[in-house]
Design a protein around this ligand. Structure first.
Ligand SMILES: Nc1ncnc2c1ncn2[C@@H]1O[C@H](COP(=O)(O)OP(=O)(O)O)[C@@H](O)[C@H]1O
Ligand SMILES: [Mg+2]
Length: 241
């Protein structure tokens, strides 16, 4: 088996919901090493719910989730992080009154990473020179796009085997959306697999390797992003062509 074919995340026919309300129905997806995979769907289609299940915040009603080949029943989010899963939540959730540098350093809270904090911070800064410029500035004073870079930098401090990103382009101006997407592509090309959740299918198809399309909690389409761009359903329903 080619090393890059290694499956990092495998979601097998999961049903998910809250108390009695089912919101995700039989969803299966997988991410291989070095892949940038999109999961797109409208507001309320179940995207964040799937990410919550992958990061251990909620348990599947049915089906299994395998991370690096192992099932993850009942692991807490911090245990998932310990195993190499980084979740960049919606809205970035930085500490606005802490400096950019301190926000990024907070990503390295796990004991196994403390000794590598300095080296990893330097790596993040070399990856995002724009972020380094603002190292000593309060995070809250940066633009939304810059804050998103900081949030991604913080996640990289975990040396993750998989990055989950929940709508990183939300609320950003088109210029920053493109920058953030390019950054995520760069991160994936460095060898960090990414599951990228977005509403904006057009952007995702442009930057991801493969894409899954979710509607009302069910997958309706999946495939290589370059193929989906020309798919009649996508052209009609999402791209207005
Ligand atoms: N904590 C919760 N309790 C109850 N229902 C929820 C909760 N979070 C989300 N939902 C519902 O689950 C459905 C899917 O939500 P979500 O996964 O957040 O969608 P998306 O991220 O695609 O916008 C929605 O109908 C939403 O109202
Ligand atoms: Mg969401």
């Amino acid at each position: 088996m080619n090393q890059n074919d290694e499956v990092i995340l495998k979601v097998e026919s999961v049903d998910l919901g809250y108390s009695a309300l089912q919101v995700v129905f039989g969803v299966s997806l997988e991410i291989k090493k070095n892949e940038l995979v999109g999961l797109v769907g409208g507001n309320g289609s179940g995207k964040s719910t799937i990410l919550r299940a992958v990061s251990g915040m909620i348990k599947p009603w049915q089906g299994r989730i395998l991370f690096k080949g192992e099932e993850i029943p009942g692991l807490a989010p911090h245990e998932m992080a310990e195993r190499g899963l980084a979740h960049v939540p919606m809205g970035r959730q930085l500490f606005p009154n802490l400096t950019v540098k301190d926000n990024i350093l907070l990503g390295a809270y796990l004991p196994r990473l403390r000794a590598k904090r300095k080296a990893n911070l330097d790596k993040v800064f070399s990856l995002f020179p724009d972020v380094e410029k603002f190292a000593n500035v309060e995070a809250g004073s940066l633009s939304g796009g810059q804050q998103q870079m900081v949030a991604i930098g913080r996640a990289l401090m975990l040396e993750p085997d998989l990055l989950l990103m929940d709508e990183p382009s939300l609320g950003l101006s088109p210029l920053y959306v493109k920058q953030v997407m390019q950054t995520i592509r760069r991160v994936a090309d460095l060898g960090f697999p990414v599951l990228l959740v977005e509403q904006n299918i057009k952007q995702v198809l442009q930057f991801s390797d493969r894409t899954y399309v979710l509607e009302n909690g069910k997958l309706v389409l999946e495939g290589p992003s370059s193929t989906l761009e020309g798919h009649p359903m996508i052209r009609k329903a999402y791209l207005g062509l």
